[in-house]
Design a protein. Structure first.
Length: 705
């Protein structure tokens, strides 16, 4: 048992409530490990396809298994987790190649994983990883995902990073996130822990050194001082404190608990502006005071999404530093020390990585690999010290695709020792909007296609086709349509690829033909615009995601989307508005005003509310931007009333038939000439339970003061 002060007392009250779900965004997890076999929580692997037999000794699997065990390890097993009674969702964002190469995650992939966790009802999201950032600002899709998590009342707990400097990592630096640094058994910050400015307000230290964690294959190891391992300790404690809220009849509120943990943290006793004290972040975890705040303060209630709760801590006692001197559990197995040659695929699993200062894990595992500029790296220790090795048992081959999981922790029928039934997570529905682009995946594949493209014989003299020129590529694809499948087709928001389209099934060829047609329209707009509008092209791509990722030529990884051809559409902004004008019989005298209102609506949808189309609300919004007739009908009414669009939002519909996923798209308008008048609210409902959404019912309208 961990001897973190207060944890034993907290475990007497709860090991976690099954209603509290902790999402772990990390590497794949070896669910065959004995520490998971009788967990009260529900271990659900979201996507096991990245766990391949040849990669069973990889860093991603090791890291994911260790992090998950620190939260969900069964009491009495070789690894006792902090909150084994809480439910879990295991979403792999790191992976191992058969060659042993480690793959990190991009900010886009991390954003998508956060959106999945939100959509599946997580309360806490554990991210034991991050990317070094000079500003602490995330890319827009990741920032949007963090904002969505905050609005949904879901707390992200993220590692502060292991550079050991006055610097920041994303997502930990975001002010909505609870950042976690690592401390040793004496309560001192570990040398690796980052201590940037944001962490002085949103960061705490927690035990991260010499904790017992699981290794794939059945072994255990003692953790280093990396922030990766302190992060699940805090996530588990937040889960326990939320469980106390439930068991006392209150609504669980992770942001109230975040505030408590930050306010009760034991601050540094010295000069708070010195680097010595800055390494303590906001302070050290003070679990006894946090428990007292939860159990004894009547003023702490549910707050929804407000992260700025203030708790009266005047009567609470801080724990002394001496209470943190014993925080480690002895290892069930004490392996021998050895070194690992990281130039080759690991034959054994390392709990600590040998020294490669200031480099990411991908380079540690495969020094020749090209690193993406937006890589999320595991917070593994990079100290120069002997690695403690444990020989794992070979993992059984994992099936491709989404694997079933036992409610008691196993991922195969043979591992269900507590009567749990197999659970298969649902596929991820996506409704994405964006523009198209193509990629080759590698320089050698580009050269191969370049050789096949040949010449444009219609030119005089014939000229060599350039694979990087979209118009030349279209000439080649019209001549050889089957070659469309040789390219990686990406859905982009601005210049950022968010999905790789991989048509499958009987209509794959037809889908590729449609994709090429969309790209042709995007490259060569067909409809004259009369100079009124730029040729802004958009395409919609409904489909299913959740089956791995594709690596682009730049090294960037993007998730795969299997598109549904029935819901794929391509349009140009001007022609879409012209179609709406015709359908609604807009008088010529009102066309310009209507056109301006439609541009305002669509640009707000396409740019201000741009998203990955993962959550139910995002799919409803994106569908509203495709099937614009209802929005156009609303705009026609509001224009006649002299109203201007103020806001577009989406919320779950209060009335919905069983089995459906009904989302209300809400448009709010105001009178710019008299702001004292009531705003006008229009609402229509979209069912997003199918791959291709469908509108339901009539448009509703009411004034709102």
């Amino acid at each position: 048992m961990y001897t973190i002060p207060g944890l034993a007392s907290l475990h007497k009250l709860t090991y976690g409530h099954s209603k509290i779900k902790i999402a772990v965004l990390d590497g794949p997890v070896d669910l065959e490990h004995s520490c998971f076999q009788s967990s009260n929580g529900k271990l659900i692997p979201w996507d096991a396809q990245q766990v391949r037999p040849a990669a069973s000794g990889g860093l991603a699997l090791m890291h994911g298994t260790a992090v998950a065990s620190l939260i969900f390890g069964t009491p009495g097993s070789s690894v006792q987790g902090i909150a084994p009674g809480c439910s879990s969702m295991l979403i792999p964002i790191y992976s191992d190649h058969e060659s042993g190469k480690f793959y990190s995650a991009t900010q886009v992939e991390l954003a998508r994983a956060i959106k999945i966790a939100i959509d599946q009802g997580a309360h806490i999201i554990n991210i034991s990883g991050g990317q070094l950032s000079s500003s602490g600002e995330s890319e827009f899709l990741l920032k949007q995902a963090i904002e969505d998590s905050h609005k949904a009342g879901i707390l992200i707990v993220a590692a502060a990073g292991n550079d050991g400097c006055n610097c920041l990592h994303v997502p930990a630096a975001d002010h909505h996130v609870l950042a976690v640094g690592s401390m040793d058994g004496s309560g001192e910050p570990t040398a690796e822990t980052n201590f940037g400015s944001s962490y002085q307000f949103n960061g705490i230290l927690a035990p991260g050194k010499q904790l017992t964690a699981a290794l794939p294959g059945g072994g255990t190891f003692q953790t280093t001082g990396a922030t990766s391992y302190a992060t699940p300790v805090v996530s588990g404690i937040v889960g326990l404190l939320m469980s106390l809220q439930i068991e006392s009849g209150r609504e669980p509120d992770p942001y109230a608990i975040r505030s408590i943990l930050l306010e009760t943290a034991i601050p540094c006793a010295g000069d708070e502006h010195s680097d010595t004290c800055r390494r303590f972040l906001k302070g050290k975890l003070n679990l006894p005071a946090a428990i007292e705040a939860i159990t004894k303060s009547p003023s702490i209630g549910a707050s929804g999404i407000n992260p700025t709760h203030k708790i009266n801590l005047g009567t609470m006692q801080h724990s002394s530093n001496s209470e943190y001197k014993e925080i480690r559990e002895s290892a069930a197995v004490m392996p021998a020390d050895n070194h690992l040659d990281n130039q080759s695929p690991p034959d054994q699993l390392l709990p600590q990585i040998p020294a490669i200062p200031q480099v990411d894990v991908e380079k540690a595992a495969a020094p020749t690999a090209t690193k993406s500029s937006s890589t999320i790296n595991n917070q593994l220790n990079m100290e120069n010290q002997p690695a403690t090795l444990v020989e794992p048992q070979a993992l059984a081959p994992k099936s491709e695709g989404i694997a079933p999981s036992c409610g008691c922790g196993g991922n195969s029928k043979s591992s269900c020792s507590c009567g749990g039934k197999a659970t298969t997570p649902a596929p991820i529905l996506v409704y994405a909007l964006g523009s198209l682009n193509y990629d080759f995946g590698s320089i050698s594949h580009r050269d191969s296609i370049n050789q096949s493209m040949g010449y444009d014989t219609s030119a005089t003299p014939p000229r060599k086709l350039n694979p990087d020129n979209p118009e030349d590529m279209l000439i080649y694809l019209k001549r050889d349509p089957s070659s469309a499948a040789d390219l990686i087709w990406t859905v982009n928001i601005n210049a950022t690829p968010i999905y790789a389209l991989v048509p499958q099934g009987a209509y794959a060829a037809a889908c590729y033909t449609e994709i090429v047609s969309f790209f042709d329209n995007q490259t060569n707009p067909l409809l004259p615009l009369g100079g009124k509008l730029p040729p802004v092209m958009r395409s919609s791509f409904p489909g299913i995601s959740g089956g791995g990722s594709v690596t682009l030529q730049s090294g960037l990884k993007v998730p795969v989307l299997v598109p549904k051809i029935r819901g794929m559409y391509n349009w140009e902004l001007g022609s879409l508005i012209t179609t709406a004008i015709t359908a609604l019989s807009i008088p010529p005298t009102e066309e310009d005003v209507f056109r301006s209102a439609m541009i305002n609506f669509l640009e707000k949808l396409y740019f201000e509310l741009r998203n990955m189309g993962v959550t139910s609300g995002e799919r409803a919004l994106n569908y509203a931007g495709t099937n614009v007739l209802q929005a156009a009908t609303i705009l026609k009414d509001t224009i006649q009333a002299g109203l201007t669009l103020s806001n577009i939002s989406v919320e779950p519909s209060p009335i919905c038939s069983p089995g459906l996923d009904c989302q209300d798209v809400v448009l709010t308008f105001f009178d710019p000439t008299n702001r004292d008048l009531a705003t006008q609210v229009y609402r229509f409902t979209v069912d997003v339970s199918d791959i291709v959404p469908v509108t339901m019912g009539q448009i509703e309208h009411w004034p709102q003061f």
